[in-house]
Design a protein around this ligand. Structure first.
Ligand SMILES: [Zn+2]
Length: 255
């Protein structure tokens, strides 16, 4: 079913075990550092074209550790508290399971689905918010069916799923073809999502070539809402994972 299952990384993880949830946004990424150019204008002269300033980006604008932060980074080494429950609202889009997301993410999903429809593609939400208890059920089921190694690559332990944030959504084609399957990535719907989700504030969180960083197989269906500021910035600078952008250790395994 998945061609990416054996792509396990061997990154050095010297600091990984000590990570926990400390160090909120302590590491500023190497991003745009140039200060906007100052311009000198004499009052009477013809205005000279001002160079477009290099956009600055404040990578500490939101916490990456607070569970309710728009930028919280959740992975195999950065679990959410079992008690964290976000405030979520229904998302009025086609679905297989009733979708619930935080309100900003819900509004963005509606816009994204509408834009896809304009391009002739019908999408469906397959999974959105999952509670800690829900995630335990999903993981335990996969563990029983698949064994630990495969279950750990496919499904997060409870507390380590982005779905608990209320900011993650699994999206598929309304036809149901390739739902939650890597073949979605080759379908028009999957290609459209990969090319356009950033415009609406989403990140394809588990890219094909980043399994060693994210710890999860390629998931062309899983999108994480970050807001347009960060999603647009990541798109602009070509960084694909939150771990890399925030200077966090790769998270191929659980601590
Ligand atoms: Zn997902």
């Amino acid at each position: 079913m998945s061609s990416a299952l054996t792509r396990r990384g061997v990154l050095s993880l010297a600091a990984a075990s000590a990570l926990g949830l400390a160090g909120c946004a302590a590491q500023a990424p190497a991003a745009d550092s140039a200060a906007p150019a100052t311009t000198h204008r004499s009052s009477a002269s013809t205005p000279t074209p001002t160079p477009t300033p290099t956009p600055t980006f404040d990578s500490t604008a939101h916490s990456i550790s607070a569970p309710d932060s728009l930028w919280v980074v959740v992975d195999k080494q950065r679990p959410l508290p079992s008690t964290f429950v976000p405030s979520v609202v229904p998302v009025p889009v086609a679905h297989t399971n009733p979708p619930l997301l935080r309100d900003a993410a819900a509004a963005a999903v509606v816009q994204l689905f509408a834009a896809a429809r304009k391009d002739g593609l019908l999408l469906a939400s397959n999974s959105t918010y999952r509670s800690y208890a829900d995630q335990r059920e999903v993981y335990d089921s996969d563990l029983a069916d698949l064994g630990r190694a495969k279950a750990d690559l496919l499904t997060a332990h409870p507390g380590c799923s982005e779905h608990q944030t209320g900011l993650a959504i699994d999206i598929g084609a309304e036809s149901g073809r390739c739902t939650l399957d890597t073949c979605l990535g080759a379908m028009p719907e999957g290609r459209w999502l990969a090319a356009n989700a950033w415009r609406f504030g989403f990140l394809l969180r588990y890219p094909k070539d980043k399994v060693a960083v994210t710890g999860f197989q390629y998931e062309p269906w899983h999108f994480r809402y970050l807001g347009t500021d960060l999603a647009h910035h990541l798109h602009r600078i070509g960084v694909q994972t939150l771990e890399e952008f925030f200077g966090l250790p790769a998270a191929p395994v659980y601590t």
